[in-house]
Design a protein. Sequence first.
Length: 183
Amino acid sequence: MKTRNYINGRWVDGVDNIPDVNPSDTRDVVGEFSQASTAQVEEAVDAARKAQAIWADSGLEQRYNVLMAIGRTLMDGSTELGELLCREEGKTVPEGKGEVYRAGQFFTYYAAEVLRQMGDICDSVRPGVEIQVTREPVGHRSCSGRKVQHWSSCGSGTTGSKPEISGNWQARRCRVDSWRRPY
């Protein structure tokens, strides 16, 4: 398996290819992974910033559908992808399949969160002031690394402990507004 980089809507070759060897069987070369140049990384980040604005303006149902499709695809493909992950990382087969399936579950969870529009109105420590907290998508996230494990960890990174998938599918910012009570 030889890979290319998907940058700004097109597949491009990197400046070099890096072999990935199964750590459990060093005779097994899982694939060659394309190493991006600095310019390609900058182009990818710029494209992600532009795509984020489009994503932020998309409707709730569209976001829900995209996230659900990603989640279902990962869960449906967890056997094949999990076995590949086992070769790439030297994991056990159940661990690899479970990791991919769990990544899919994160996407379906956050799809449901898209439809659950919530905010909070809280009292402030300042007399006569209330605070309103709303959530909105912001920024871009990316997966760094060349391995399937990095890709699957990005999918499960919605908890904030690992990188998140590019396109800001889970990243949210809280906006806090305060105002004086009218009474």
